[in-house]
Write a protein that binds this ligand. Structure first.
Ligand SMILES: Cc1cc2nc3c(=O)[nH]c(=O)nc-3n(C[C@H](O)[C@H](O)[C@H](O)COP(=O)(O)O)c2cc1C
Length: 282
């Protein structure tokens, strides 16, 4: 599938999206629009501001509406009642077929899942774009991974394991390169073109000897810059059903399940709080 960017006028919908918990921007379908019907991950622009979006293109069987509609739910968009006339739209990945769910509740659940899948896919895209662009000329280790030691920027991921209102923090050992002795979540450099999920799984295996069941729900936040602009940070949240067994490697000396309200008391590394704040805002 070849995807293009479109600038499309916004029209009013039926207001059902708001009731579902996913208000959408309805758009004029451009002439000769050749996309197959379906649900897509997309980028959307209001002016110069880019948003991730879950997009629907086609009929709406759940509400018996055979007329195709093109609509987007913008991730992390705060509706401040300002008028949006035109939306920039670029579909980036087909996700699934449109389905005749038995009830609006079932549809809302499916859209919730579309949003999670979209978040993960777009975060991966953002990382790949960074590696192919800003980090493309950075030095490499022999195994091909980027050596971020002296580079002007670096990308990393923070992995928030949560159980029963508590987060797993680890205390960084004296053998790591930065923030020795400070607390953080399990984290790692994003130094090769693999997905965030694969990288997170690798870090959990290495640092905690932990293998998680694939059925758990993961939430991936969009990458954002640290205050000094040096780091491109990604974060993911994994909600656990039970407390896992943990064996630390050399990178950390202690771990603790910390009440979410108490994290600041542990004086964690600065990016840890930023990453957590970004996850909370999703
Ligand atoms: C990500 C996403 C997935 C959707 N999937 C379906 C679907 O599988 N079946 C369906 O009938 N409608 C689907 N819809 C369309 C919703 O039913 C539609 O957004 C809702 O009816 C709101 O319409 P309105 O903006 O005209 O009020 C989806 C919408 C979005 C944003």
């Amino acid at each position: 599938m070849i995807f293009s960017r479109y600038e499309l006028p916004v029209v009013s919908g039926h207001g059902r999206g708001r009731l579902l918990g996913y208000p959408t921007f309805n758009l004029v379908i451009p002439e000769g629009f050749e996309l197959p019907f379906g649900i897509y991950a997309a980028w959307a622009w209001i002016g110069d501001v880019r948003y991730g979006a879950a997009m629907h293109y086609g009929p709406i069987p759940v509400f018996d509406d055979p007329k195709p509609s093109l609509e987007l739910f913008l991730l992390d968009y705060k509706d401040d009642d300002s008028i949006v006339d035109i939306l920039g739209v670029e579909p980036v990945r087909y996700l699934r077929e449109i389905r005749p769910f038995a009830s609006p509740e079932n549809l809302a659940e499916a859209i919730g899942n579309d949003v999670l899948v979209t978040r993960e896919y777009l975060a991966d895209r953002q990382l790949l774009d960074y590696l192919a662009d800003e980090a493309s000329s950075y030095p490499r280790f022999e195994d091909g991974r980027i050596d971020y030691t002296d580079t002007p920027s670096a990308a990393g991921v923070g992995i928030f394991l949560e159980h029963d209102g508590k987060l797993l923090l680890v205390k960084r050992s004296e053998k790591v390169g930065s923030y020795k002795g400070r607390w953080h979540v399990v984290s790692g450099y994003l130094d090769e073109p693999v997905s965030l999920r694969e990288k997170a799984e690798e870090e959990l295996r290495e640092e905690l000897s932990l293998t998680l069941p694939s059925t758990l729900e993961w939430l991936f936040g969009p990458g954002f810059r640290s205050q000094d602009g040096h780091l491109l940070l990604f974060s993911c949240l994994i909600r656990l059903k039970s407390v896992p067994e943990i064996t630390l490697d050399w990178e950390n000396t202690e771990y603790s399940w910390v009440d979410i309200t108490e994290i600041v008391r542990f004086d964690p590394v600065p990016s840890c709080l930023q990453e957590w704040a970004h996850l909370l805002a999703l």
